[in-house]
Design a protein around this ligand. Structure first.
Ligand code: IVH
Length: 699
């Protein structure tokens, strides 16, 4: 159906073409995207819908008529022997199902699907002639790319010669170049230290690193390749995609270990769900899953449009990077007085949640990011990581943006802000004793999990206690009674009598007096003293104050320096804290109210067999509860950690272990099942390492 094209539609069409072309140029050529993937997809959809409804609109320079962009950084242009197509996208199950229905209809029978990860990197085309790597090219516009042969030759893992005696006369191998997540963080840290530009994300880092005029720079970057297809070929006729991967692997090319061939759409969906959950446990970014018809004869039968094959589709995960407006920058005051600026954002859905604010850490960070109030900014929220402002989209500035300045005074109490030490990047409100915001934050912390764990003493109660004048500061918490609480309407029922919650709060405060000593120490909100340092101090001195002998309050710097996990900074912070009169008053009030101030000495039995090890326990073990397993490990000197990193010595896995197991696999951390755990406890780390090596899964 072709209706008459109105001026309004024509203008919108031209606008869309211009916007998308500009975005493509900035993405492909400048490595500095102005649009988030989601915003880009939205524009592209609108354009496609317009063109579908009114085909007479379609112009030569429409982005639907080509793939990518074609302006190059001075690399020679090179034509691909076979065009590099793009992929159509599915954003939900319905779109995926619609694609599958069409595939099976056109194929005339149910098909087998190959599922693999959609790596967020940079597509390349490697040409092997008689087994020799003769050319490496970027995708470019799909027909013509940049000749980056010298650069790809310097990437570890890309063979210059195919293994085996029988290489084909010609094969174009397509794949994705990516920057591993950890290497990306290291690269940006190094770039920052050297005063060089940092990269917004691993994809841009991959692109920037590959397209270096000096290949020796490429050689220094940790680029990786995973192959995901073939183009032109002579003397190589795989019958299926999976067949092709097996052959590419045998030639020494880096194929993925994660592709699967499945028989049904339900299994495809299970694959998609699994990687949506484990997206952040991988060594590279992914933005979805690619589903391909496995059989090559069926691929040929299904064919392709000018843009993308009909036999493959990209199932896209919700974007983790989006653009939004920076409405303002405000500052927050924390429990130790630290004043942190944070971004107030136009609400935006990213990484599965609606984000309205994001920390900006300190004023230097605001300067470094170069964000101005009114800017369009790129927000990233990946997994459980807190949302981050990556930077402004400078190209979208219109001159109305305002450079932000850190306030000179505390937004809560008006006291002049100052760094606590000369070289400190953080500004603080020095009015620790009376600044209401600081007092509220400290009380919330005391009520929290690292503090005395007082149920019912969360944010609302803390605000009511302080703003209602029920307490002056945390020193008054343990002498609270019904009469005092009834001063604040928050603790009263409508009829004016005390609420049940108020009663519970008093009972919980009473119980909290018996909490372990380390919890009392963290509850003091001494700078740098979190649960780890507090435990170390408690277990070493066994008392906060003592009539005789050293205690935490009276220990000298030397006495503290021998405590493991307590460095000079912590020792000084502890000394400074106790030098303050009103701090000692808080401790005195707590002591008088019956808060625990000592503990039985922890028996010291000398070195232990698992000293120095960090172990993560995940999943359900049959023989132990998680707590028991942790206690068994700590009793033998190991530290028990909650998350897996390169520093983890072992990961103990029970039934239904999830992402931590995947992370351990990807980092090469030794994995122990339950019998392996027994080996660790009974025979020590060396035997356990041998056990883990012997039982390593082979794929
Ligand atoms: S297949 C003819 N497989 O995604 C099929 N592409 O959005 C062409 N990509 O241009 C691509 N991972 O650069 C394929 N496992 C994968 C992929 C993948 C990432 C990229 C590729 C492509 C783009 C399309």
């Amino acid at each position: 159906m072709t209706s008459e094209v109105t001026d309004k539609v024509r203008t919108r069409y031209a606008e869309l073409v211009a916007k998308i072309n500009d975005a493509q140029h900035r993405y492909y050529v400048d490595d500095a995207p102005t649009l988030s993937d989601a915003a880009y997809d939205e524009l592209m959809h609108e354009l496609e819908a317009l063109e579908l409804a009114q085909p007479e609109l379609v112009s030569q320079d429409s982005p639907t008529q080509r793939v990518g962009a074609g302006d190059w950084l001075g690399f020679a242009s090179v034509d691909h022997a076979e065009r590099m197509l793009s992929l159509d996208n599915a954003f939900n199950d319905d779109q995926l199902a619609a694609w599958a229905v069409r595939v099976e209809k056109d194929a005339g029978a149910p098909v087998r699907y190959l599922c693999e990860l959609k790596i967020d990197g940079l597509a390349v085309n490697l040409t092997y002639e008689k087994g020799r790597l003769t050319r490496g090219a970027t995708r470019g516009d799909g027909r013509t790319g940049e000749d980056v042969t010298a650069n790809v030759r310097r990437i570890a893992g890309i063979p210059h010669k195919l293994a085996g005696d029988n290489p084909p006369d010609l094969v174009e191998v397509r794949g994705e170049i990516y920057f591993p997540a950890q290497a990306f963080a290291d690269l940006n840290a190094a770039q920052l230290a050297a005063g060089e530009r940092t990269y917004v994300n691993p994809r841009n880092a991959a692109s920037g690193s590959l397209r270096q005029k000096d290949p020796s720079i490429t050689a220094k970057r940790a680029l990786h390749l995973i192959v995901h297809g073939i183009g032109a070929r002579t003397g190589f006729e795989p019958t299926s995609q999976s067949d092709a991967y097996a052959q590419l692997k045998s030639w020494g090319l880096p194929t993925s270990e994660r592709w699967r061939v499945v028989d049904s759409l339900d299994e495809v969906k299970a694959y998609i769900t699994n990687y949506a959950e484990h997206r952040h446990d991988l060594e590279h970014d992914i933005d979805g899953v690619v589903v391909k018809v496995d059989d090559v004869a069926e691929q040929v039968k299904l064919g392709a449009t000018s843009r993308a094959p009909r036999w493959a589709i990209a199932f896209k995960y919700p974007p983790e990077e989006v653009n939004t407006k920076l409405l303002g920058i405000e500052v927050n005051v924390g429990r130790t007085g630290r004043v942190t600026p944070y971004a107030v954002l136009e609400p935006v859905f990213v990484g599965g949640v609606t984000v309205t604010s994001a920390t900006l850490h300190n004023q230097q960070e605001v300067v470094r990011k170069g964000v101005r109030v009114g800017d369009t900014v790129v927000i990233r929220r990946a997994g459980d990581v807190i949302p981050e402002v990556l930077g402004p989209v400078e190209a979208l500035r219109d001159g109305s943006e305002v450079v932000w300045q850190m306030p000179a005074t505390c937004p809560s109490c008006g006291t002049k802000l100052a760094p606590s030490k000369e070289a400190d990047v953080d500004l603080r409100c020095p009015n620790a004793r009376y600044c209401r915001k600081q007092v509220i934050e400290r009380i919330i912390y005391i009520g929290g999990r690292d503090g005395l764990d007082v149920e019912g003493m969360g944010e609302k109660a803390a605000i009511a206690l302080v703003e209602g004048g029920v307490v002056t500061n945390e020193g008054d918490l343990f002498t609270l009674d019904e009469k005092l609480l009834s001063q604040s309407p928050f603790f009263l029922k409508k009829d004016g009598t005390l609420s049940t919650n108020a009663g519970k709060l008093l009972a919980n405060l009473e119980k909290a007096k018996q909490q372990q000593l380390w919890r009392v120490v963290t509850s003091l909100s001494i700078r740098h003293v979190g649960p780890t340092a507090a435990r170390a101090l408690a277990d070493h001195f066994n008392a906060l104050e003592a009539v005789e002998g050293p205690a935490i309050a009276s220990a000298s710097l030397e006495q503290m320096s021998v405590v493991e996990d307590v460095g000079g900074t912590i020792a000084e912070a502890v000394r400074e804290w106790f030098a303050e009169d009103w701090h000692r008053e808080v401790v005195e009030k707590w002591r008088a109210a019956g808060v625990r101030m000592e503990q039985e000495p922890v028996a010291d039995t000398g070195p232990k067999p698992l000293d120095g090890l960090t172990v993560v326990v995940t999943g359900t073990l049959e023989g132990h509860s998680r707590d028991e397993a942790g206690e068994a490990l700590t009793a033998l000197g190991a530290k028990v950690a909650g998350s897996v990193s390169k520093k983890t010595s072992f990961v103990v896995v029970g039934e239904n272990a999830g992402s931590k197991l995947d992370k351990a696999r990807s980092l090469g951390v030794p994995i122990l099942d339950e019998p392996g755990f027994a080996v660790l406890l009974e025979q020590g780390p060396e035997a356990a390492k041998a056990y883990a090596d012997a039982n390593r899964e082979t794929e």
